[in-house]
Design a protein around this ligand. Structure first.
Ligand SMILES: [Zn+2]
Length: 284
């Protein structure tokens, strides 16, 4: 897919979600909206430039390689497209689940992914706010996905479109009717489900790693749906000082000595009693 087509579609979707967030907010909207947007969009601009310089050329080269040579799972299997495409979607999404989980579990990766999580509010602009080193590291992961799975360009870009669209959607602060969202959440990751992943409670942030499909969390027992959005404080408690969200502080944070992520400045820990049946019904 041409980069401008993808970027144009993403910009239109982001704008629609931004307008919907203003009209129907799910959680308390971002305080100091313009200042928050300026920071997030600048971090995003740097990340996008790095993606254009690293992810895109490397993925294109990998896609070229798997077209030229019989390399990777799907090239060996040679399935009909009606089977290959759904299977490729599932395997791409499952591997992104593992990648996201690794970003939380591996201390080096978490240093960078923390920059995405320490946003004190969660809305569509958070969906774009990733440290540029996380993006550069993800280039290697994406190349591995293409080569190991032996993907063609068509299926890769189709998945990428769904991946980016749902990343914007599940980060957005849009209040959907709860019954509708429960239904939708059976097939895709939704804003309430992902809101729990951005909680200051460590146990809750270590849940709901899914990007497009919610099934991998159920399968790996990391699904947590029973936390109501009004009870959630967004962010990372160790990085909740106003200065932590300045542009230079964000870009430098991974290279500095790391604080105790889950302890507030006053020494307390964000906690909540374990609620029963975490994988039950999505709470309002
Ligand atoms: Zn995360």
């Amino acid at each position: 897919m041409r980069p401008l087509t993808l970027a144009g579609a993403a910009a239109a979707a982001a704008l629609l979600l931004f307008l919907a967030e203003r009209r129907w907010p799910l959680r308390r909207p971002r305080a100091a909206l313009l200042a928050g947007l300026a920071v997030n969009l600048t971090v995003a601009g740097i990340a996008l430039s790095v993606a254009a310089a690293t992810v895109r050329p490397l993925v294109l080269r990998a896609l070229h390689l798997t077209t030229e040579r019989p390399l990777g799972l799907f090239r060996w299997l040679a399935l009909p497209p009606a089977l290959e495409w759904p299977l490729a979607f599932l395997l791409l999404d499952l591997s992104f689940y593992w990648w996201h989980r690794a970003n939380h579990r591996a201390p080096l990766l978490w240093r960078f992914h923390n920059v995405h999580h320490l946003d004190p509010a969660l809305d569509v602009s958070t969906a774009l706010r990733f440290h540029f080193v996380e993006i550069a590291l993800s280039a290697a992961f994406r190349v591995a996905q293409v080569v190991v799975l032996g993907l063609g360009a068509g299926v890769y870009w189709a998945y990428e479109l769904c991946f980016q669209a749902n990343t914007l959607f599940h980060h957005s602060n849009v209040r959907l009717p709860i019954r509708f969202e429960r239904l939708l959440n059976r097939v895709v990751v939704t804003p309430r489900m992902h809101g729990i992943h951005h909680s200051q409670v460590e146990r809750e942030a270590m849940s709901n790693y899914g990007v497009l499909l919610p099934w991998w969390d159920r399968l790996h027992r990391t699904l947590r749906l029973n936390v109501p959005q009004r009870a959630i404080e967004i962010g990372v408690p160790g990085y909740a000082r106003p200065d932590d969200n300045r542009l230079t502080a964000l870009l430098a944070a991974p290279f500095r000595r790391q604080r105790d992520y889950w302890r507030r400045a006053d020494g307390t820990v964000a906690e909540r009693p374990q609620l029963p049946d975490p994988a039950g019904e999505l709470a309002e």
